[in-house]
Design a protein around this ligand. Structure first.
Ligand code: ADP
Length: 447
């Protein structure tokens, strides 16, 4: 797909193209006009010269012209051959007819292009042809100069108008570029959206800003209702499930049941425990998303991971997986919720063990990024296919290849806790080689 372009640049470009087209048409018209005017001016000059010549001929008589040349022809050139006048005897031309033409004349072995006026007249029953020529090269030169001046003026005007347009578009689009777009760029969560009014004289921008505000308000309300609904439903289900569980426990304790019934009850208990886990996870997510946790703990990360390792070690031993805590000694996170950070890292380490191979390894370490603290949980387990990387954080999403027990909520909890602490998660994984979950905690202000 083509790279999108900024609106002000697009408008300036469209403006420039339309102006170039207009100026080209204008230039062609000016060129045509200069040509017409130059020839008209030359023809007018030739007519004036003809009238002057005719008045001289009338005053001093034709003979004094022709005698001078003896062969009944008169011809006179100026020194640069810019102009010439000739009078010949003529028997064919129509009397008093004035014609103009462009012709070449050879004078003293040199060829010149002339604009020529021909005029035939009669004196004492003898017809003569007056021919006055003006060198066209002069006209061409004049045209060239005029055209280059007009091109320079047109280009200058074009540049000025394009620059002017860019300035105007920038000014007109200022509310969009400086207010609306930055506001949209900072949306992380509809609930923290800045519902500011837009003070602009362009009604379209005010309308756009108001519509975005309304839309974000609606999205925020829907999200809040959804979160509340999940919380309420989970809460409502939790009590009856606990009651059912204790009733089943009591039945088992009574000890007078046939073996088959005991087996059935234990099966039901397993299902209830699974349900309880799901409800607990949903309640946890709901509480995190409803900001029901404080964030004022300072956590020593190395010690926290040590705790996790101690609690999960037994599970790792079963499949010969080695656990390594490589978090630097004094690495700590401030303004966080210790309980939630524990769950976040526990879930990641637990998955790294669960989705590993016999004899595999899990490492937890920290890295210092630019104003970020990176906590990495890396394993050399089964890995995740590229097409699934974006899906694993979805609620209840489990890969088809996954055989291990689980509800598909562990990573949803991880992503909620990360978002709650303004942290981001990056996953790098290769099937058969292993996975790397990188949590970037902002160093400021939370650290
Ligand atoms: P659960 O573990 O209960 O299935 P999660 O939300 O923790 O749910 O994980 C979702 C899915 O992501 C898992 O089913 C598994 O396929 C995949 N996954 C998570 N962590 C890893 C890992 N470290 N290595 C490979 N796959 C993983």
């Amino acid at each position: 797909m083509q790279q999108p372009m900024r609106l002000e640049l697009k408008l300036a470009l469209i403006g420039a193209i339309s102006k170039i087209i207009i100026f080209l048409i204008l230039f062609m018209a000016v060129e045509q006009m200069i040509d017409t005017l130059a020839f008209r001016y030359t023809d007018k000059n030739l007519v004036k010269m003809k009238e002057k010549t005719m008045s001289i001929v009338k005053r001093i008589g034709i003979k004094s012209y022709l005698d001078a040349e003896k062969d009944s022809t008169f011809a006179s050139y100026n020194i640069l051959k810019d102009e010439y006048i000739s009078i010949n005897l003529d028997a064919t031309g129509e009397i008093n007819q004035l014609t103009f033409s462009d012709q070449s004349r050879s004078i003293e072995d040199e060829n010149f292009d002339y604009r020529i006026l021909n005029f035939s007249f009669e004196i004492d029953h003898q017809r003569y042809m007056l021919e006055i020529g003006k060198n066209i090269q002069l006209i061409y030169n004049l045209n060239k100069t005029l055209k280059s001046i007009s091109i320079s003026i047109i280009l200058l005007v074009l540049m000025i108008t394009i620059l002017f347009d860019i300035g105007i578009f920038k000014y007109l689009l200022h509310p969009l570029n400086q207010r609306i777009i930055p506001k949209l760029k900072t949306i992380v969560n509809p609930e923290t959206f800045q519902y500011t009014e837009l003070d602009s004289s362009t009604s379209d921008f005010v309308y756009l800003n108001n519509t975005i505000n309304e839309l974000m308000h609606k999205v925020s309300t829907i999200l809040q209702n959804q979160k509340k609904f999940i919380g309420d439903v989970s809460h409502e289900l939790f009590t009856p499930i606990s009651v059912m569980q204790s009733k089943l426990d009591n039945l088992l304790v009574s000890g007078k049941l046939p073996a088959k019934t005991v087996e059935m009850i234990m099966d039901q208990q397993k299902q209830l425990i699974r349900l309880q886990h799901i409800i607990k996870a949903l309640l946890l997510i709901s509480r995190i998303e409803n900001d029901q946790y404080a964030k004022n703990d300072k956590v020593n990360l190395r010690e926290l991971v040590e705790e996790i390792v101690a609690n999960i070690e037994e599970r790792a031993h079963i499949t010969n997986i080695s656990l390594e805590n490589r978090i630097a000694k004094d690495t700590s996170l401030s303004n966080v919720n210790k309980y939630l950070i524990y769950i976040l890292l526990f879930n990641l380490v637990s998955n790294a063990i669960k989705y590993n191979k016999d004899g595999g390894s899990v490492q937890v370490y920290n890295e210092q990024g630019e104003s970020k603290l990176l906590v990495v949980v890396e394993d050399n387990g089964i890995g995740i296919a590229l097409e699934n990387l974006d899906l694993i954080f979805n609620r209840f999403k489990r890969m088809e290849t996954t055989r291990e027990e689980g509800q598909g909520l562990g990573l949803s909890i991880v992503s909620s806790i990360a978002a709650f602490h303004d942290a981001t998660i990056e996953v790098k994984s290769q099937p058969g080689i292993g996975s790397k979950f990188i949590i970037s905690f902002p160093s400021k202000p939370s650290l």
